[in-house]
Design a protein around this ligand. Structure first.
Ligand code: SAM
Ligand code: DTB
Ligand code: SF4
Length: 328
């Protein structure tokens, strides 16, 4: 079994990135098979429970009030609408329901409402994940008591590039929330975005930060920037697909037991690129034709892709039994 390490140097990570492609993918796939079924992919469905008018200035995000993207603002959705969507997600075969809010941080009053959602979504047998911005120690404890399974909070990029992308909070603010979530005993979901005009050294440093956290995140979403008109990063040079696949492979190698999610950006990817991402060790996706405010491949396309690749969806049943079901 591969050793779990939290002391990766930049040189070691760079050397992995520079391996011949076949050697890198062989290593990633070999490590992948030590901990996972290579033909099984976990699927989560996303819902934006509060959209737009966010006070943060993240340069990639359609929901920042500082950007000029056209998104329809919505206040916090009522519980019945959330449950309608969660039921559809469950019927479509998702095992986890992820609820995202465009907040810098939740107020305690809003947290009460999100807690009601978590309890209700868990009640229909889905795993729950929420991403609400920065949390205090006490808010994290309350989410744990509500039974939350995962908290998503991305470090997004390297500490060196962070200030070029976001100025309204610091990289260390992100780490503080991750620590509160970890201390509360909630599974950590943390990753970031590539294709934001960062250098190769930033990708190395970004992955180093994740792998050298005191404990690896259980879930590591790797997003390819979805370029949204009206955001500062619209028009930035795109990342080459092979470089994206290498990023997934390196994440797999240095965090051997984490679930690596091939996250935003799949609409812009060919089936072949996605297949190589799975070969490189990605074993989770967002499923359903919407991410938060942008498009995701529709379920039919993904069903066909899974069928062509012989991939099974990982299901979680209400009995907490984990069972594999071949994708029809
Ligand atoms: N407001 C909360 C926060 O920032 O943590 C939660 C929602 S925010 C939309 C969640 C994550 O979505 C961000 O951290 C970022 O990694 C990702 N994201 C946002 N816009 C994106 C885009 N255009 N392309 C790819 N990923 C994006
Ligand atoms: C994550 O890493 N990616 C998801 C989820 N966590 C919340 C969000 C992707 C957002 C893509 C742009 C949008 O749809 O607004
Ligand atoms: Fe707000 Fe999150 Fe978008 Fe940043 S990424 S602008 S914090 S919703």
């Amino acid at each position: 079994m591969s050793e779990i390490r939290n002391n990766w140097s930049k040189q070691e990570i760079s050397a992995l990135f520079e391996l011949p492609f076949s050697d890198l993918l062989f290593q990633a796939q070999s490590i992948h098979r030590e901990s996972f079924d290579p033909n099984q992919v976990q699927v989560s469905t996303l819902l934006s429970i509060k959209t737009g008018a966010c006070p943060e200035d993240c340069g990639y995000c359609s929901q920042s009030s500082k950007n000029d993207a056209e998104v329809e603002r919505e206040r916090l959705l009522p519980l019945d609408e959330v449950m309608e969507q969660a039921t559809v997600a469950k019927d479509n075969g998702a095992s986890r329901f992820c609820m995202g809010a465009a907040w810098r941080n939740p107020t305690d009053k809003n947290l009460d409402k999100v807690i009601d959602m978590i309890i209700a979504v868990k009640g229909i047998g889905l795993e729950t994940c929420v991403t609400l911005g920065m949390l205090t120690h006490d808010q994290s404890q309350r989410l744990k008591e509500a039974g939350l399974d995962y908290y998503n909070h991305n470090i997004d990029t390297s500490p060196e590039y962070y200030g070029d992308v976001i100025t309204t909070r610091t990289f260390d603010d992100r780490l503080d929330t991750l620590q509160h979530v970890r201390d509360a005993g909630i599974n950590v979901c943390s990753g970031g975005i590539v294709g934001m005009g960062e250098k190769q050294t930033d990708r190395v440093s970004f992955l180093q930060q994740l792998a050298n956290l005191p404990k690896h995140p259980e879930s590591v979403p790797i997003n390819m920037l979805v370029q949204v008109e009206g955001t500062p990063l619209h028009g930035v040079e795109e990342i080459e697909p092979l470089q994206f696949i290498r990023t997934i492979a390196v994440a797999r190698i240095i965090m051997p037991e984490s679930v690596v999610r091939l996250s935003a950006g799949r609409t812009e990817m060919s089936d072949e690129t996605q297949a190589l991402c799975f070969l490189a060790g990605a074993n989770s996706i967002f499923y359903g034709d919407r991410l938060l405010t942008t498009d995701n491949p529709d379920e039919n396309h993904d069903q066909q892709l899974f069928k062509k690749l012989g991939i099974n969806k990982k299901h979680v049943f209400s009995s907490e039994q984990i069972k594999d079901t071949a994708c029809a």
